[in-house]
Design a protein around this ligand. Sequence first.
Ligand code: ZN
Length: 62
Amino acid sequence: MLSRATTSAVAHRASSMRRMRRRAFNANRLYCATNGCTSFLVVDEIGQVAHCEICGYSRRLS
Ligand SMILES: [Zn+2]
């Protein structure tokens, strides 16, 4: 009983880690979508502003 609870806790932790990784990946691939623009925003090195090189749209991240 104790070992089964431990196993499910480990499985739950692993699945939530997968979710966090996927969210971090999406944060680096922001879709522009401004006026139907189909490119991804480029995040600057500080990680505070994302801009689109195609349409010039920029978005503050916080
Ligand atoms: Zn754009």
